[in-house]
Design a binder for this molecule. Sequence first.
Ligand code: ZN
Length: 379
Amino acid sequence: MAKKKSTNGKRVARAAVKEIKKGNKAVIALVAFLLVAAIAVGAYWYFCVYRKRYVTEELSIHFMELGNKYAGDSTLIKIGDTEILVDAGSRKSSAETLVPYIRNYCTDGVLEYVVATHADQDHIAAFVGTASAPGIFDSFDCRTIIDFPLTNKDNGALVREYFEKRDEEVSAGAVHYTALQCWNGTDGASRTYALAENVTMNVLYNYYYENESSDENNYSVCFLLSQGNNHYLFTGDLEESGESKLVEYNSLPKCRLFKGGHHGSKTSSTDALLSVIQPEIVCVCCCAGSPEYTTNSDNTFPTQAFIDRVAKYTDRIYVTTMATDVVTGGNKSWNFAPMNGTIVVRSSGDAPTVTGSNNSTILKETDWFAANRIWPSDA
Ligand SMILES: [Zn+2]
């Protein structure tokens, strides 16, 4: 009797194990199904949604050294075979430095877009160049030229030369629009230019495109470069009132990068703008500590006031050049050396990387900073 009980017990146990195995198989099948489904949904999302929206080919932004000790801007933007040159400072002879650098990246000799932000020498001189160092317009086939609608320097010799060279380029086949024509979408101009899939250049509205200012800097062409959800803001030398109008008239997003306003002056990169764009990276094109415009350390680029304001958002400040052997007292006997050197920002839609041709040290970690500026304690 006891034996039979045992046999029955075994049978029941075997049946139970069979049931469990059956159950296990069902669970395994369900897990496998869910896994395959998750992979399929993930792959669909990555290839059909994420990649289409956010991943692009590599975008690079080059804040170039200018070959001399003067503050000025020249920035090359490259995506695929499309290049945009923004400004060509700081002197006519900067063409000697800029043209070979640009040729390394613009291998077909075609600059699809050229932007001249405003009529100051440190932004347009190398478009003109010299007899021995042909400028940008003589060195490249420029296709679409976008520049400042207004200037107070109409009669200046350099601006006239710039207009002449620009118009020669137009006669050779380029198209020319002012930033206001772009904003208004008139005469064939566009507010938005598609540079590559998911990459656009968007001309912003600057109040001073059509209203006079006593400060030439306020006439600067402003635009937003967008690569998916990554935004990069360029405002030339726009000053405080221009920045405040820019915020008022445009819906600006958070920006991965801001080209430090007006070479890091104390009258640009204001709280009104920074609090909206909250930049992660700020690149400054200047000769740090040079007495070019003033011997007052508080006013030399990049200013303490600029650093104090930017520090609320990021310590990733990079500077192209620095002054050496500064002699104060009105004597402009100084030389220059690279700080970061040419600064290159790269991204394929992910977080951008920053590399300097000399080094990639952030400003607050440099010897120059230790000797000349203070990082705000509440930053
Ligand atoms: Zn400038």
